[in-house]
Write a protein that binds this ligand. Structure first.
Ligand code: MLT
Length: 407
């Protein structure tokens, strides 16, 4: 008898962003004439930087010629891209990350989920609340949690964040083995200082724990004192895996390219306490289960690091940060307190009421889609997340509507 993975039945309703799509569709079906503005899911709207487009075109032309055509590429990514990443994202910032510690993939969402394969099933996992729902849901699917009661899965250690701690979690009071951190944070837009990250690295080293550091939004950091990578913290190479993506940095949400950094010094332990390096394990996993990102896409990603590419991607993130500033000033004028939007494309707004109700109000009265904070965890109740990813025209129109509905 074929048996089903019953862990799936523990999941809470549908995936957050699918539920939002469902509600928006239902509303639109009855109000076809209304123009809806989407500031919900963090999906980019602006075209790819010209340097990326040019590189992609050139690579497509290479694929059209017998002499330059390429079949399977290296599963870990082409050396040209791995080297460009190591040099520009890490070595140029004084962090010692080498090309063979970079694994190119089609997305950080999949990587943060798939990385769990390297770990044992009896782990104590610390997950912030609120949090990007993929970290929690994929652990549920893998059977690493118990049942959900009142919005909390048994077996997870929730690291609560709030306005009081600036949405940066405090160290857990009990020992944990695996820690998820995301900075600049999705959903709160909060950032962590060097000292705050150093405390986590120290904790991980002392407790033989591992940090999964999601830095998908690092390109939005403008404050020069905020670390872009966990590896800027001394000792992090031994206790942290970092996830990065071209999705938000360069508009690749539909093009698909990301990478995971697994330093050769990072380890996990056997039952007997022997240290096992994770880099060869991830390499084994990647080569067995993944056939690499398309060659033209990797060429486009490489172009992000050219001189023009750097200028153009900076202009792109500056543009979305410009939207974020407009959203922040409108919400402030309306009397709301918020975090994010300064070194992050997300603005996390304290709405002081049920977040799904507030979401529905904005959808129905302003035709503006946001993301209800409660969808990111119990501590997200009372907040909504507004994404700065949209055209300037749509953001301005959305703010005009919010002024009307919320004044
Ligand atoms: C979000 O809106 O939180 C993100 O776009 C989701 C993602 O990157 O998968």
């Amino acid at each position: 008898m074929i048996r089903v993975n019953e862990n799936y039945s523990k999941l809470q309703s549908s995936y957050l962003f699918s539920e939002i799509v469902r509600r928006v569709k239902a509303y639109q079906a009855d109000h076809a004439e209304k123009k809806i503005i989407r500031l919900g899911i963090g999906d980019v709207t602006e075209p790819l930087p010209p340097a990326c487009i040019e590189a992609m075109h050139k690579a497509v032309d290479e694929m059209a010629q017998r002499t330059t055509f390429r079949g399977y590429g290296p599963e870990q990514g082409y050396p040209f891209l791995r080297e460009a990443i190591a040099q520009n994202d890490f070595q140029a910032r004084g962090t010692q990350i080498e090309a063979d510690e970079i694994f190119v993939s089609d997305g950080s969402k999949c990587d943060t989920a798939n990385i769990q394969e390297l770990f044992g099933d009896k782990l104590t996992i610390a997950i912030p609340d609120p949090v990007y729902p993929v970290y929690v849901d994929t652990n549920v699917m893998a059977g690493r949690t118990g049942k959900n009661t009142k919005g909390r899965y048994k077996g997870l250690v929730y690291l609560e964040t709030s306005e009081a701690n600036g949405f940066v979690p405090a160290l857990p009071e009990q020992p944990v083995d695996l820690i998820y951190l995301c900075f600049p944070n999705n959903p709160t837009g909060a950032t962590a200082t060097r000292n705050q990250l150093a405390a986590w690295v120290k904790y991980a080293r002392e407790n033989k724990a591992l940090i999964l550091f999601d830095a998908a939004y690092e390109a939005f950091i403008r404050d020069p004192t905020i670390p872009h990578s966990i590896y800027e913290i001394e000792g992090a190479r031994d206790v942290a895996i970092e996830f990065r993506s071209f999705s938000k940095t360069a508009g690749f949400t539909g093009t698909r390219c990301a990478f995971t950094v697994v330093p050769k010094t990072v380890v996990a332990y056997t039952k007997k306490g022997e240290a096992v390096p994770l880099n060869p394990m991830w390499n084994r996993r990647h080569t067995t289960k993944f056939n690499g990102v398309a060659y033209p896409v990797q060429r486009a990603a490489e172009a992000v690091y050219s001189e023009e590419g750097k200028t153009q991607t900076r202009a792109l993130t500056d543009f979305y940060l410009g939207n974020a500033a407009i959203i922040r000033s409108t919400l402030a004028e309306l009397g709301y307190s918020m975090t994010g939007g300064e070194n992050s494309p997300y603005i996390w707004v304290n709405v002081g009421k049920d977040s799904w109700k507030f979401f529905d109000k904005l959808l129905k009265r302003a035709q503006v889609v946001t993301t209800p904070g409660a969808g990111f965890g119990r501590c997200g109740q009372g907040f909504i997340r507004i994404s700065a990813f949209n055209s300037r025209e749509n953001v301005e129109e959305a703010m005009k509507r919010l002024r009307k509905v919320l004044k």
